[in-house]
Structures are given as structure tokens and as C-alpha cells.
Design a protein around this ligand. Sequence first.
Ligand SMILES: NC(=O)c1ccc[n+]([C@@H]2O[C@H](COP(=O)([O-])OP(=O)(O)OC[C@H]3O[C@@H](n4cnc5c(N)ncnc54)[C@H](O)[C@@H]3O)[C@@H](O)[C@H]2O)c1
Length: 471
Amino acid sequence: MSKNSNRIAPAKGRLGVLLPGMGAVTSTFIAGLLLSRKGKGRLIGSLTQMQTIRLGKRYEHRTPLIKDFVPLAQPSDLVFGGWDLFPDDMYEAALKAKVLERWTIEPVRKELKSIRPMSAVWDPAYLRNLKATHVKKGRTKWDLAQKLIADIRGFQKRTRAARLVMLWCGSTEILPVPAPVHKSLAAFEKGLRESHSAIPPSMIYAYAALKLGIPYGNGAPNLSVDVPAMIELAENTGTPIMGKDFKTGQTLMKTTIAPMLKARMLALRGWYSTNILGNRDGEVLDDPGSFKTKEKSKMSVLDTILEPRLYPQLYGQYHHKVRIDYYPPRGDAKEGWDNIDITGWLDMPMQIKINFLCRDSILAAPIVLDLVLFLDLSKRAGLRGIQEWLSFYFKSPQCRADLEPEHDIFIQHLKLKNTLRLLMEEEVLDHSGLDYYDPKKGLPTPASAAKPLPMSPKSPTRRKPRPTIPH
Ligand SMILES: NC(=O)c1ccc[n+]([C@@H]2O[C@H](COP(=O)([O-])OP(=O)(O)OC[C@H]3O[C@@H](n4cnc5c(N)ncnc54)[C@H](O)[C@@H]3O)[C@@H](O)[C@H]2O)c1
């Protein structure tokens, strides 16, 4: 954690958001922000915009909005750019993605039309189901990285952005074969010069961003920054990184239900999950290579939450199956079914069924906004390397190699909010609450604490730091 927690640089000027991959998620995200600027849409699902954070004791009634508590960039300060394999502007991309109706985006047509992707770095070996038409040429992968760096500098100059953040919203790549080229920065840079086959496009984008000290998040299950070479580069350049794979539909459900089963010590016999979706993401995932990357990301969550090693009787032998079927008529309106077989007292069997008729990109867009704002905050707060406190947003949260990732959504949520409290020198909450009932603590009595404390609208939150007992 940063030592300069009380010296977070202010969020002055424009924040440039660079998005490799400008399809359904990206166009929904940008359209949403542009519409909200005109008062024509609410940013529902975004913690940074809608959620409050409790500070101090419960009777203090200090619950500012997160955006009023931490110094975040304003959504109105964001400017957008990115790359795609196809030249469609954001209006065309949004129409093709069919997440939002034409009439919904009409009020921001002009603005969306003005955002056009730069040509992409592409390698068909990592993405078999799309035939790109808008790609860069380069003699080596090193040359391609330099071209991306030039694109980034050009974008910053054009938009006069004071700071930048990059978030991968591109398709799911086939995982590269693990190779020594991923192990150190020196080997990676040599690999770029030699166009090593184990370097996929997403790593080239990540390299360009990190080289310039631009925070990088990864919304897909691609390895991208989750290799030692990229972590080394992030550390060297003082850059925050985080991934992988936005936690939206079925995994959001899984990481909510599984902690409940474990908290109640209910046994799991099997969890069958299936999805139908018909967007471009579904088309890409129809390729077995890309599906394998996604499956790996979706499968890992149950074991880490249920800890079969500690509870072999309850979770030692459950059957877990995940399917994704490409079904074009459904478009972005994904449907997920979960059948969960559990047992309780005396091994009596029970079942839970979930039918989630979700909209993938509608759930992903607020995650993009929060990650952009929090990654920018991390950089200004002097945090570098893996930002595990942002695990809340990911299916496969990146963490130190010797640690298990945290998948339980409730722990992830606590981790996120406690990190914000720490950054702002507020007390970390452990929720034990014994001191409320301990007369020796000298806390206010129910009668004296009945009235909410007044909060100054200018600084509703600042107090002297108090000792914390993290758990
Ligand atoms: N929609 C969700 O809720 C959700 C949830 C979790 C993860 N994701 C992941 O987010 C990513 C984006 O999802 P989407 O629904 O927007 O998909 P999409 O197919 O609509 O958009 C992805 C875009 O990335 C582009 N692309 C692919 N490779 C590229 C490259 N090398 N450089 C530049 N552009 C490239 C494609 O042309 C496409 O337009 C996918 O990897 C998906 O798996 C999405």
C-alpha cells in the first residue's frame, strides 16, 4: 500500500481513455457516458457514481458517496480513443452491437461518429473467427509496439488529455504457449524484436501502455499483463495494472451464491452452467481456442471460494460444468442457466435454479467506468503493479503468484472499500461491533448518539486517522 496516502495528486484536466477493442462493451460504455452528460441516461451499476461508503462508527452517520470521498476524475472529464480490427466509428459499432436501440443513441450520434478506432495490431494465430480489415503493418512486433506508442502520443496531443488509462476491451485471444519470453522484461523485449510467436497482440498493447507509465486493465481472460515480464515493467515504471475478465453475468451469480453455500456449510454435489449469446464475443468464443481461455477463467472461481482442501466432506467431489453456445438470434441479450445440486442436514438433496436474462454489455459498461476511474486514482496515489483491491470487478483477479486470488464477492467488496478508507486515512472497518456494547470503551450511549452528526458539504469525510486492525 502506498506510503503517500494523504498526498494523492488531484485529478486535474482531461483523462484520456484508451480502449483496444471498440465493439459492444466499448460502444455501450461511451454511449452511456455521452448520454448521461446530456441528462439522458443514468450510470446505474457504477460504484464510483452511485455507491456510498460508511465511515467511522454507525452512530456517526457519515456515508458520503464514493465520488465525494475519494478524488476521482469526473465522468465529464473523460475523452475516448482506441483501436479496432474494423474501421467502424462508435455510432456504427453501437448499431452493429445491438445493445442499445437506434433511438437511444440518436441524441449522441454526432459525438459517437467522431470517435473512430485507430488501426489495430492483429495476429490471426490468436483470433481465428474474425477477419480483420483495419490493421497495422510492421516488420516486427517491436515495430508494432512503437507504432502503438506513437498512436498514444498522438491521441494525447490531439485531445490534450492530462493523464491516460488503457483498458483492454478486445476479443478473447487464444492463450499463448507459456514461454521464457514471458519471464522477464529483457527476454520480452528481445522477443518483440524477434517477433516471438508467444507474444499475442494484447501483450503488445500492454507493453506500449506500461512503457509510457499508463495504467492498464484487462477486461478479457487474455494473459496480457499477467506474466512476470509485464509485472516487472509495471513495477519499473510505477504503473498500476489489473485483470482479468470483467465479472458480469454468470460468474457474478456464482461468486455471490457460492459464498452463501460455504457460509452456511451446505454441501455442493454439482454446478451446471450454460449460456447462449449471439454477439461478436459469442462468435469469437465459438472457436475452441478462445473458448478454452474463457472456460479457464470461469472454472477457477468455485474451488477458491469453497476450499475443498479444508472442507473435503462438503466440497471434495462436486461436478462443475460450464458451456457457452453461440446463438445469433439472441444478440447481446445473453441468457444463462445454472443448476446447482446441493445437500443439507442428513445429506438430503436440494436444488437451486437460476435463469439470468442479462445484457452483457449493460453489466460491463459500469465496470469499465469504475476501472478507468480507479486505475487513474491508483496512479495518482502512487500505487504500482498489481491492484488486487480491484478484484471485485474481475472473473480471474490477478494477484501475486504465491497467493490464491480472492473470488468471494463480499470479501472483494470489503477489500475495495477498505482500500479506499486506507487511501483516505479513515478507519478500516472490521464490522465486529463489540465495542458498541462495551461500557469500558466510553462510546456515546444510544441516547446521546441518537442525532446524526452534521456533515460539512465541502469535506464530509476527513477526520484524524485512527489505528486500524485489518483482517
Ligand atoms: N460483454 C461482457 O459483459 C463481457 C464480460 C466479460 C468479459 N468480456 C470480454 O470483453 C471483451 C469485449 O467484449 P465485447 O462484448 O465488447 O466483444 P466485441 O466482440 O463486441 O468487441 C471486441 C472488439 O475487439 C476487437 N479486437 C479484437 N482483437 C483486437 C486487437 N488485437 N486490437 C484491437 N481490437 C481488437 C474486435 O474487432 C471487436 O470489435 C471480450 O474479450 C469479452 O470476452 C465481456
